[in-house]
Design a protein around this ligand. Sequence first.
Ligand SMILES: [Cu+2]
Length: 517
Amino acid sequence: MGHTDMTYTRKNVLELGGDWADPILWYARGVKAMKARALNEPTGWRFFGAIHGIDQGLWQQLGYLSSSDPMPSSADIATYWNQCQHGSWFFLPWHRGYLLALEAVVRDAVVKLGGPADWALPYWNYFKPNENQLPPAFASADWPDGSGDNPLYVPQRYGPNNDGNVNVPMDQVNLTALGDPDFTGDANGGSPGFGGVDTGFSHNGQVHGGIETQPHDQVHVSVGGGDPESGLPGLMSDPDTAGLDPIFWLHHANIDRLWEVWRQNPSTDMDPSDPNWINGPPAVGDPAFTMPMPGGVSWTYTPGDLSDLSKLNYIYDDVSPPAGTPQLAARLQRLGVNMATAAAPVRSTAMAGPKTVELLGANTQSLRVTGTAASTSLTLDTAVQRKVTTSLQSAAAAAQPAPDRIFLNLENVRGANDATAFNVYINVPEGDDPAKHPELKAGTIALFGVRKATVADAQHAGDGLTFVLEITHVIDTLHLAGALNVSQLHVRLVPLNPVPEAAQISIGRISVFRQST
Ligand SMILES: [Cu+2]
């Protein structure tokens, strides 16, 4: 990044002093300027959307591409398009660079229009009380003076109920990932880490990381939803169209902010020190991350360049830990540990490796999800189950202050429609309404990226996506209720909206793993 003495402050979009406060109004003007540029201009709005991902058929169907659009050179397409990193430990740093580039391009347009030189991208913190509705400037088709053509407005946002009311339901998102002590995980059934699993360049990788699964994926699908008439996803629901929606950038600024919140938590570890992360994909012979910048300049970056916010030229106005961040100390207390006499400090035990990951149980055949419910049973391995119980009991005896963590894996999730999400419950008694059992809720999964991951192409085998939910809290609850010593766990999926047959959603296997700490 070019050096500048200026520090830019990213602020909460709903606390700027008005629906159309200056930073929002200037964002709209900057977006309008970018939207006026042709498809082949690297600082254009659609070019930036295609950097995240482009499916030409989908863009045409949604009205974002026509045969008269000038395509960029094949060199530009190869360098810039279809870069977004998902299912990867590059998820956070790649998107940080993507935001910095977009912010620089918008700011350049803002300054040329006579706007403030310190303009910065606002963020949308849907977790704050009463801030989970789409910010009003994005929901109105009009500019504040009543004239139409508000560039922040997108008709293809259907919301969580596909009725056009766009918000993030608080019972569908969580901050469990903020309590994960490790940035990196393995794709082995245990924690995928706060930041994701070790990969090379990973456009649409298979195993989604902690913060990526929740809240990131879910917010995409809550906002985007799907068109109940055409069956097409909203722009935000599919990685090949998400970057076209101006709210994308405020959502990702919030995810980027949560990375800094995680880093400042004394109970969590550091960003990876592995040179394959620090140096990015070129360390393993893969393409570098490259963004267009204002003035025809191109910027190549590595994760190591971007991990430390204090070395960059922007800050967030608030990186305090949000309510709902899981605390290991609170878990130990629930399990009966006397914290006054607990031997080892929480931080060091949480990060002591190496970890053992073992299969605790799985179902035996793939599960098709249609309509309003699906369920399956997981047969448990008695020996592994005994280890879990022993670990939870000895935690209470303070002999081992960091008990096992448990992870539910939805493996090889395949399908044709990303605007699909479901709640996952464990051991809800037969005949009971799952909604009445929040203590048995594993979490909510949104299938952001599933369509692409289901199609076999040059880079992918079409194996679908794998989502990992930490269900430690549910297992603790069952243990404390004396209900863990069973031969099977029952998993119930409750789609947020009925899943049509045409979505072709299937889950290859559902499994549960224990991970020692
Ligand atoms: Cu995203």
